[in-house]
Every structure is written in structure tokens, then in C-alpha cells.
Write a protein that binds this ligand. Structure first.
Ligand SMILES: [Zn+2]
Length: 252
């Protein structure tokens, strides 16, 4: 089987050797490529270097809502410089109503500026959204971005049809393994087949007691297969094809 890991943060492994071990394992497992997401100006160079060193690592550059304080004057121009240098996506960007929620107006301004940059450059965007679904819908409707994905989707199943009509893909993480996340499992069942993606969020994972590295995408897809009653082979092929469509216009 061949796999696509729609979202990870390889730059967060503690050592270069650690990253290399994880990537070797991923290659042996059949992970064809992955989206490695930067989160603030401080890690964009590391993401760029990882992508240059490892085939199959697609870099994404963005200012994450948790790190808006790290957006020093001129950060948006620096971001555009990184995006212009290599085929890449904009991410990780978004809205978060649970952490760093003290300044929702600034969060929205920063998110909006990056959605506009993605649109200007014709790049897809990787979006984080936690406890901010109303504001997210409003922003997406106002900005009408190109293709974007919700990474580790955790929103209501009921919003998915409208989001997908606005260009959304839905990526599911190891959190689906948590039997208590009934609402999340319903969302997985409701995802349109042509917008379905899976991710590991490596080196972190939001599944209790599970941590997989990018090779762990096989376990995430196996869990999804169990919930959806579909063969894992079918979901791996489907999400790989969807990933190729999502990254069709990343430049280069
Ligand atoms: Zn992330």
C-alpha cells in the first residue's frame, strides 16, 4: 500500500537522526509523501531544509494561531519569501478558541492575511480550527480561498457539506481511535469521499496512548477502515489520490 500523511511537524523531532529514522520507517511502510507544517517564523528554515533533504516531504509555511506573538513586524513578507522559494502550501494557519483565545480579532486578522496570500499565490492552505467553528465558517465565506484542508478535523458533521462546497478537504488524525469521540467518528462517516484525508500529526498525536511517526499513517487508516467498514487498501488509495489533487498546484 502507498500512503499520504496529510499533516505532520517533522521539524519537532529532537534530533536529525531521530527524524531520519522516522522517515526511513515511513518509506519502508510505503508513505509516498507528506505535508510538513511550519508554525512560526522560527521553524520555517528547518521545514525548508527537511524538504530539501528528503524526497516526499512537501513544506508548508505559516503562522499558527498559538504563536501569533512570534509574528514580528515584516513576518508576512518573510512568509511570502519562503513560499516563493519552493513548491509549498500555506500552513499551519487557523483559529483557536481554546488556547491563545485572548485576542480573537488579531487571530482572525493573521489568519485572513495568510488565506489571502495563499489565494494570491494559488497555493492550498492547511487549517487548524478548535472551538471556533462559527468564526471559521464566516471567515471562509468572506475570503473564498482556493482549496484548503482542515487538519485533524474536529468540527460538527453537519457543517461538512457547506465547508466542502467552499473548497474544504477533511483530514482525520489518530484521534479517531478514541472510542469516546463519538462526534468525531460521525464526522468521519460524513466526509465526502473525494475530500477525505488522513494524518499523523507526528511527532505528536492526539490519540490517547498512541504515537506513530509518519509511518503511523497505516494505523490511522486501519482504524478508519474499522469504523467505516471499508477495506484499508481502498482508504489508503483514496486518500493518496485526494492528496495528489490537493497538492496539484503547489508551484514549481
Ligand atoms: Zn499541526
Amino acid at each position: 500500500m502507498k500512503y499520504f500523511d496529510a499533516h505532520d511537524h517533522l521539524q519537532n523531532y529532537r534530533s536529525k537522526t531521530g527524524t531520519a529514522v522516522e522517515l526511513k520507517l515511513a518509506a519502508e511502510t510505503g508513505v509516498e509523501y507528506m505535508l510538513c507544517n511550519g508554525t512560526s517564523p522560527g521553524d520555517w528554515a528547518a521545514v525548508l531544509a527537511l524538504a530539501a533533504e528528503h524526497k516526499g516531504v512537501i513544506p508548508c509555511f505559516g503562522l499558527h494561531p498559538w504563536f501569533i506573538k512570534e509574528g514580528a513586524p515584516g513576518w508576512l513578507e518573510v512568509l511570502e519569501g519562503f513560499l516563493a522559494r519552493v513548491p509549498s502550501c500555506v500552513g499551519e494557519i487557523g483559529l483557536d478558541g481554546s488556547q491563545n483565545a485572548t485576542d480573537p480579532a488579531r487571530q482572525k486578522a493573521i489568519f485572513t492575511a495568510q488565506l489571502r496570500l495563499a489565494k494570491k499565490l494559488g497555493r492550498p492552505a492547511c487549517v487548524h480550527c478548535v472551538k471556533a467553528w462559527g468564526g471559521m465558517m464566516e471567515t471562509i465565506k468572506e475570503e473564498k480561498p482556493g482549496p484548503f484542508m482542515f487538519h485533524s478535523y474536529g468540527g460538527p458533521a453537519e457543517m461538512m457539506a457547506e465547508f466542502s462546497s467552499l473548497g474544504a478537504y477533511f483530514s482525520f488524525s489518530g484521534a479517531i481511535m478514541d472510542k469516546k469521540r463519538e462526534k468525531l467518528r460521525r464526522a468521519l462517516m460524513a466526509a465526502p469521499a473525494d475530500r477525505l484525508l488522513f494524518e499523523t500529526e507526528a511527532p505528536d498525536a492526539d490519540a490517547p496512548g498512541w504515537r506513530g511517526g509518519p509511518a503511523g499513517i497505516a494505523a490511522v487508516i486501519k482504524a478508519a477502515a474499522g469504523i467505516m467498514g471499508k477495506p484499508a487498501e481502498e482508504l489508503a488509495a483514496l486518500s493518496l489520490a485526494n492528496g495528489k489533487k490537493f497538492t496539484e498546484h503547489i508551484g514549481g
